[in-house]
Design a protein around this ligand. Structure first.
Ligand SMILES: Nc1ncnc2c1ncn2[C@@H]1O[C@H](COP(=O)(O)OP(=O)(O)OP(=O)(O)O)[C@@H](O)[C@H]1O
Ligand SMILES: [Mg+2]
Length: 303
């Protein structure tokens, strides 16, 4: 590091030391695990620009005044680059040293109820989705779907969720990247508890203190989620937990990706653990977090 000044950060993010280096203007390193490749730019002073999404902006504005604030990247408003709008937020990797990064998508479904409604309004049989389905599992289509060589989008969305641990555990590993390695993203069919445990184990590499760090932060997050006004009043779908650690032993967990998080019509609220039936809007987020914590605890050697 070339900069020598340290300062107390007022709204420190969870999981990092209270003393963090003052962020220099020069762009910081940033590595992406999953998601759309063209959506991001690294900004100045440790910021990251993500292609503008109104829904995500609304969430970040609300989150900046919620108790969840320490568990999300700080939001800095909208900026324009080459006529494209971006949401500007903290780059969560800034204060790590060649970090390992993992993205876990939370919840028992990754489509919104409104996406189901839209897909039903125009129920077109889709050949492209049929092809994607048979490429993964030739046995998956029904006789009728086989005859039509097509599936409905709603059917495809629901089938796709059953491949991974999304429906069985309430979260899935989207991908991870260890220091100086390529991304591992081959987890689309990682479904059983044992398979998920193996994937998580591959990320933390039997480093017990790293697992302890993550567990402590996940339990803190769970407590804050259970009391958060934002969380109670939103359907949180397709959002991820971003795990970051480095060789110094520092760990951090943050909630990211609110492009599919929507406010509920008052007075509706969610507990995020009740199983989803269409209409109740439940997303299984906390159920998934309970399972994730349980699996990480099982990774630890018995003491
Ligand atoms: N604030 C951040 N700091 C550091 N890395 C980030 C941050 N936000 C996102 N990333 C990285 O970018 C990846 C994709 O982020 P995100 O899920 O927000 O994008 P997306 O394009 O909406 O993805 P998708 O729609 O496929 O889920 C994450 O897995 C993570 O590696
Ligand atoms: Mg994402």
């Amino acid at each position: 590091m070339t900069w020598k000044f340290w300062m107390e950060k007022k709204h420190k993010s969870c999981g990092t030391s209270s003393l963090v280096p003052m962020t220099p203007k020069k762009p910081q390193q940033w590595l992406q695990v999953v998601g759309h490749a063209g959506s991001f730019h690294v900004g100045d002073y440790g910021t990251l620009l993500k292609r503008f999404c109104k829904r995500e902006q609304q969430c970040y504005l609300r989150l900046m005044t919620d108790t969840l604030r320490p568990f999300v990247p700080a939001y800095h408003g909208v900026v324009q680059r080459d006529k494209q709008d971006y949401n500007m937020m903290d780059n969560l990797l800034t204060h790590f040293n060649t970090p390992a990064i993992m993205d876990c998508k939370m919840g028992s479904r990754t489509y919104l109820e409104e996406e189901l409604h839209t897909a039903r309004e125009r129920p077109q049989p889709r050949n492209d989705m049929y092809e994607k389905m048979v490429a993964v599992d030739p046995e998956a289509p029904t006789a009728q779907e086989r005859a039509q060589q097509a599936v409905l989008k709603t059917r495809y969305m629901q089938w796709r969720e059953t491949l991974s641990s999304t429906t069985t555990l309430g979260f899935r590993v989207e991908g991870f990247r260890k220091a100086n390695e390529d991304c591992h993203t081959n987890f689309k069919r990682t479904k059983s508890r044992e398979q998920v445990m193996e994937a998580l184990g591959g990320f933390v590499e039997s480093r017990t203190h790293i697992v302890w760090g993550y567990l402590r932060q996940l339990k803190q997050l769970r407590q804050v989620l259970e009391a958060s006004d934002f969380f109670r009043t939103h359907e949180v779908v397709g959002s991820s937990l971003l795990f970051v650690h480095d060789w110094t032993g520092r760990t951090g967990v943050w909630m990211i990706d609110f492009g599919k998080t929507v406010a509920l019509p008052p007075p509706l609220t969610l507990d995020h653990r009740t199983p989803w039936v269409e209409g109740n809007r439940e997303d299984g987020y906390l159920w998934g977090l309970d399972n994730l914590i349980g699996i990480l605890e099982n990774i630890l050697p018995l003491s």
